[in-house]
Design a binder for this molecule. Structure first.
Ligand code: NAD
Ligand code: DAU
Length: 368
């Protein structure tokens, strides 16, 4: 059964993927209204939504997904028939240092939304509705080097408090379909990269640290593998699932693009060395960068203690979404990483506000 979104509630809309989703959606469907909900935690930033702030199809609501009455009111007042649920605590390192917020937001918060959707849509007779839950490949646990990539049938074996909280929310979403008949879908995606990613995550952290000549922390041996996807390709997949995906189905989303962490960091170092070599304005804009004193960016690479319980490898098998829904990523890694680098170079104010502010770097304490 296909679904036609009219008005759509996007949770976590001021975060990394949520804000990119809002830009993608309003750019693609200018007649569909978006209600962007966000609690503006440390990871949420209203500025991420500035490019669409004046669109008549857009409304920002500063609120918490745990506030069930607020969600119910929004569903009624705004005649929402689609929820795309991004809001979460999303950083694995933070979940190791303080799991409570993860259980609260990711499990209880998701349940709060489901309760509101059940009440307003199911009890209220809104038949054409869709609750889409944005989840992660981390629910499947870790792979060895030669194991096949995760399919939707892979058993759940979450290893970090973050992954366990996402796995729990996936199960609760599933139960709301099975028990009450709510129209739900779930996507489990691999590592995203692109504009507006908070610089606690590997790629933006490495870019910002090179420009300020700070150490590039590599956890353990750096041979851990992640499967990287440009953020718009994730959002294109979600769009397809909302409209064409089968209710109660899970779809894995990925770009078949596995890299070791050390190779990703090496690539960013090389690309930035090239920028300094070819663009004469770089030296004055980023005076502290190592290239200005004849050093390569890779001289900043610093091996630090490994992440506790660190998953060795993630890899996504996206066969189901490709064959059933015709999904294909459009961004190659070559173009996506250059676009991302250019975005961070052009938006220094955006990341410097975070890096120079009260943001705490989780690994700053244990450089070897
Ligand atoms: P993010 O940390 O950048 O953004 C999360 C957003 O949620 C922030 O704007 C934050 O303010 C908001 N938020 C947090 N708690 C809230 C609450 N109680 N109520 C309302 N808003 C709240 O995260 P992200 O990287 O954009 O991830 C978005 C979603 O995608 C998450 O569910 C994550 O698990 C999932 N995901 C992320 C990736 C990735 O690589 N980043 C990959 C797969 C899946
Ligand atoms: O796989 C999807 C997941 O990808 C999402 O569900 C998470 O929300 C998202 O944060 C991401 O999780 P990771 O833990 O894989 O991303 P992160 O950028 O934190 O780390 C990527 C890899 O790089 C990981 O193996 C840890 C390593 N790393 C990370 C940082 C921040 C380092 O070696 N040094 C670092 O400083």
């Amino acid at each position: 059964m296909t679904h036609t979104p009219t008005n759509i509630l996007v949770t976590g809309a001021a975060g990394f993927i949520g804000s990119n989703f809002v830009h993608y959606w309003l750019g693609t469907y200018p007649n569909e209204k978006i209600i962007a909900l966000d609690a503006l935690t440390y990871a949420g930033n209203r500025e991420n939504l500035d490019p669409v702030a004046t669109s008549p199809q857009f409304r920002f609501v500063h609120g918490d997904i745990l506030d069930t009455p607020l969600i119910e009111q929004l569903l009624v007042d705004e005649e929402i028939n689609t929820i795309v649920h991004f809001a979460a605590e999303s950083h694995v390192d933070r979940s190791i240092h303080g799991p409570d917020a993860f259980l609260k937001t990711n499990i209880e918060g998701s349940h709060s939304l489901l309760k509101a959707a059940k009440k307003i849509w199911l009890d209220g007779g809104v038949n054409d509705h869709r609750f889409h839950h944005v989840s992660t490949d981390e629910v499947y646990g870790t792979l060895t080097a030669d194991e096949p990539a995760f399919t939707e049938q892979h058993r759940y074996l979450p290893n970090s408090p973050y992954a366990a909280s996402k796995a729990s929310s996936d199960h609760i979403v599933r139960s709301y379909h099975h028990t009450y008949g709510l129209n739900t879908t779930i996507s489990n995606c691999s590592n995203n990269y692109g504009p507006y990613q908070f610089p606690e995550k590997l790629i933006p952290l490495v870019i910002a640290n090179i420009l300020d000549s700070k150490p590039l922390p590599i956890y353990g041996d750096g041979k851990q593998i992640r499967d990287w996807l440009y953020v718009d390709d994730h959002n294109r997949g979600i769009d397809l699932i909302i409209r064409e995906g089968k209710t109660d189905n899970t779809y894995n989303i990925g770009g078949n693009n596995e890299w070791t962490n050390i190779d990703i960091v090496g690539l960013i170092c090389t690309l930035l060395d090239e920028k300094f070599a070819h663009d004469t304005t770089m030296s004055s804009r980023f005076a502290k960068a190592p290239q200005n004193s004849g050093k390569k960016a890779s001289s900043l690479i610093t091996h630090v203690d490994d992440r506790l319980g660190h998953d060795r490898r993630y890899a996504i098998n996206a066969h189901k979404i490709m064959t059933e829904l015709g999904y294909n990523p459009v961004e190659s890694f070559e173009t996506g990483i250059r676009k991302t680098l250019d975005w961070y170079l052009s938006n220094e104010k955006w990341w410097r506000r975070i890096m120079d502010g009260s943001y705490q770097n989780w690994i700053g304490k244990n450089y070897k």
